[in-house]
Design a protein around this ligand. Structure first.
Ligand SMILES: *[C@@H]1O[C@H](CO)[C@@H](O)[C@H](O)[C@H]1NC(C)=O
Ligand SMILES: *[C@@H]1O[C@H](CO)[C@@H](O)[C@H](O)[C@H]1NC(C)=O
Length: 726
């Protein structure tokens, strides 16, 4: 016992010693090592550190050449946000949107660590994720599912946890896409023209968390920002990222998002990837950069700075002393603990939207009929479509570069036939035959889907962004056919984002709706855990609004440039401002038990005025000071155990310029046994109280009364308190 404990402690200490440093000073040592290394490098070495070797010219999606003088390896950059792309013995983690909807920072941190461990096992130096850069202002946008939900606070916290998880494994994380890449349509030509205040309060916000978490790199996006390409945008890269947020690491281009030699260098790009276009042409750096430096078009100091920043990431993650293994996308890195973690995220991200007459959970003996092609794995194979660019069979992730090969896929049918009593399977989206299939069942589960992805692939005519918010494959008709034939229908939705459910909610026979989201390889097990008696039960909450009508969102994918006219009013901020009734609001989710709220306490030391602290990675240091503490007691008053996501929304005083009615500024997930009571604790940082003052170009705490609302969703606010900043 004693010996075991000592061994454990020794193991923990060893692990600790190898961990990258944390906190605002974490970069100091890495930057000084990088500066020292520069002295040993020729100009060509420096150019080759900052230039990819060209598309398809190495083992990873991005590669640079090794530098023997400093034993710098062939750097491997690999997608992506949910695991190692193209790896054959790695796991398909749940997409960011599912991780977000767990609202569980421990699970999200663990997910990051598991992803990082697999990336390291494959020899990856730089993993291209997380992806909070699509905030989701447009519910149709193709890549929203790669991020954590339509709120900057949530995106920021989850990005920070993910980065710390990935980097705890000695792998450099890359936060992307920088910035305002809110649609796939024309993403390589359009300009996002973003007013300064929403730019700071919504789009830049999660990147501040990422820089604060010491992310090694930031990927600039394909689109233009205010008319200038993101990867050669001085305001975006030099001013906002490197000055205002004091980002010490490197800016890497999205693949082929570079458009110039000198302008990109001058404007803050540090590493070009993959180093050419996808035909091996248009090489903007490499020899062209060397020439530009020789001709003094790019100062040598800038080249040194680029190389220093790229090297600093390598040193920060101790990849010089503890090198990852040989690059090998076939390495066996999948572990049972990772698969258990994937199941937990898939499960706890499921949101129960409706449960009339307690139809759920299902008794083990209940005779189940399953309807819909999404109940089973795509008969052509789980990985039949490259980069998951089709919607056939069970849907566990969207499509594009942010995907992986499924090592296996447990479909709903696989899990329910094992754990329940499946008497009929109609694995088709055709309505014909549904009535006869469901006849002998006690409960009918109908599976419907909505898919989207990255714009380089088109599935069923959808080129990335969804054209509407309806279920695919005429899912409304499928549900209707089942509900006309049976009075006990459970609708299970596998989706990348909001779907308008009005077509199914009005049907008498629809008793329950389970928002399964995107459960990746463990989706079936996760669903079983939630819907079967004796399982874990649902505990996820929506990370976006489900509207009654598509038009209600107030923002949509555009054909030309986007002026971001909705300003600060994205998702629930828009519904609240307009007084629109959503069908299911942001933060909503049911459980199998009841929670009561009470005992609110609020304490604050906040003072009004601008942040004035020293600028450290993440922005002014005092923005991160905790200036208010809130607590609430939550009791499980129902008959079974469960977990509640307690949410805190803040309303700024009227002295602030026009601001959303309330904004998410805290959340805590409490696991409570029947009858158990716990405190939800929230610490508000100064930044949580601020608005961005466009004239002063500072974050400012407005003077006056702040209203704190604590509740079960953005509309189900159970407790209200206040504090004052003077
Ligand atoms: C970017 O464009 C928006 C919308 O036209 C404008 O409000 C904002 O001031 C511009 N930002 C910069 C830095 O020029
Ligand atoms: C939750 O409370 C409602 C009304 O207060 C009650 O009808 C319902 O049965 C309770 N549910 C559980 C699971 O205890």
């Amino acid at each position: 016992m004693h010996f075991q404990l000592l061994t454990l402690l020794a193991g923990a200490l060893l692990a600790q010693a190898q961990l990258p440093p944390v906190g605002p000073d974490a970069w100091t040592e890495a930057l000084s090592k990088a500066t020292a290394a520069l002295a040993k490098l020729s100009q060509n070495d420096k150019v080759s550190i900052v230039t990819g070797v060209g598309w398809d010219k190495g083992p990873c999606v991005g590669n640079t050449a090794p530098i023997n003088a400093i034993r710098y390896p062939q750097l491997c950059l690999q997608d992506g946000p949910l695991g190692v792309r193209f790896a054959t013995n790695a796991n398909s983690f749940t997409p960011g949107i599912q991780a977000g909807s767990t609202w569980d920072i421990d699970l999200v941190r663990q997910r990051g660590a598991h992803i990082g461990a697999e990336a390291r096992g494959c020899g990856v130096h730089v993993l291209l994720g997380p992806a909070p850069g699509a905030l989701g202002k447009n519910p149709h946008a193709g890549r929203n599912w790669e991020g954590f939900g339509a709120d900057p606070y949530l995106q920021g916290i989850m990005s920070s946890e993910t980065i710390q998880g990935i980097q705890s494994q000695g792998v450099q994380a890359t936060v992307k896409h920088f910035l305002a890449n809110e649609q796939e349509r024309n993403r390589e030509t359009m300009s996002s023209n973003v007013p300064d205040r929403p730019l700071h309060e919504l789009y830049l916000w999660p990147f501040a968390d990422a820089v604060r978490a010491n992310v090694a790199s930031v990927m600039c996006s394909y689109n233009k920002l205010n008319g200038t390409w993101a990867c050669e945008n001085n305001h975006l890269l030099n001013r906002l990222l490197k000055t205002e947020l004091a980002f010490p690491g490197f800016v890497v281009s999205d693949w082929n998002a570079q458009h110039s030699t000198v302008a990109s260098a001058a404007s803050g790009l540090d590493l070009t990837m993959p180093g050419s276009d996808f035909n091996g042409r248009n090489i903007y750096w490499g020899p062209a950069l060397a020439q530009a430096v020789s001709a003094s078009q790019v100062p040598l100091a800038r080249l040194n700075d680029m190389a220093k920043r790229v090297l600093a990431g390598w040193y920060l993650l101790r990849q010089d002393s503890a090198a990852p293994p040989q690059i090998n996308m076939k390495a066996a890195v999948s572990q049972q603990s990772h698969r258990d973690g994937i199941r937990a995220v898939a499960r706890d991200g499921i949101v129960l939207l409706k449960n009339a007459r307690g139809v759920l959970p299902l008794k083990k003996t209940a005779k189940l009929a399953l309807v819909g092609s999404a109940a089973v794995v795509n008969p052509k194979g789980r990985n039949a479509c490259p980069d998951r660019g089709c919607n056939e069979g069970a849907l566990g992730m969207g499509w594009g570069s942010g995907t992986t090969e499924y090592p296996y896929l447990v479909s709903p049918h696989d899990a329910l036939k094992r754990d329940g009593n499946v008497v009929a399977l109609h694995a088709s989206d055709s309505t014909s035959g549904v009535a006869s299939a469901v006849k002998g069942a006690d409960v009918v589960l109908v599976f419907i889907t909505a898919d989207s992805g990255e714009g380089y692939l088109t599935a069923e005519g959808v080129a990335g962004d969804r054209p509407n918010l309806d279920p695919w494959h005429n899912g409304n008709a499928l549900v209707k056919a089942a509900a006309e034939a049976h009075g006990n229908v459970v609708v299970v939705v596998q989706s990348v984002g909001p779907v308008v459910l009005e077509g199914v909610l009005g049907l008498e026979g629809v008793k329950a709706v389970v928002w399964a989201g995107l459960g990746s390889q463990e989706m079936g097990n996760a669903l079983g855990d939630v819907v079967m008696e004796g399982g874990v039960g649902p505990s996820g909450k929506l990370v976006y609004t489900i509207a009654k009508r598509e038009e209600d969102y107030g923002s949509k994918v555009v054909s030309g440039n986007d002026d971001f006219r909705e300003g600060l009013y994205v998702d629930y901020r828009h519904f609240d401002k307009m007084g629109l009734e959503p069908r299911y609001e942001f933060g909503f989710g049911l459980s199998y038990t009841n929670f009561t709220y009470g005992g609110l306490t609020v304490a604050s030391t906040a003072t009004a005025g601008p942040a004035t602290g020293k600028v450290v990675p993440g922005g002014r240091a005092d923005l991160w000071d905790e200036v208010a503490a809130v607590s609430a007691m939550v009791e499980n008053t129902g008959g079974v155990g469960g977990a509640e996501v307690v949410q805190l929304y803040l309303t700024l005083p009227s002295s602030a310029p026009e601001t959303p009615v309330r904004q998410l500024r805290g959340f805590a997930k409490l696991k409570l046994k029947a009858g158990e009571k716990k405190a939800a604790l929230f610490n508000l940082r100064k930044r949580d109280l601020c608005y961005w003052d466009v004239a002063r170009q500072e974050w400012v705490v407005p003077a006056g009364k702040f209203v704190v609302s604590v509740g079960a969703s953005s509309r189900d606010l159970r407790l209200v308190g206040e504090f004052t900043a003077v």
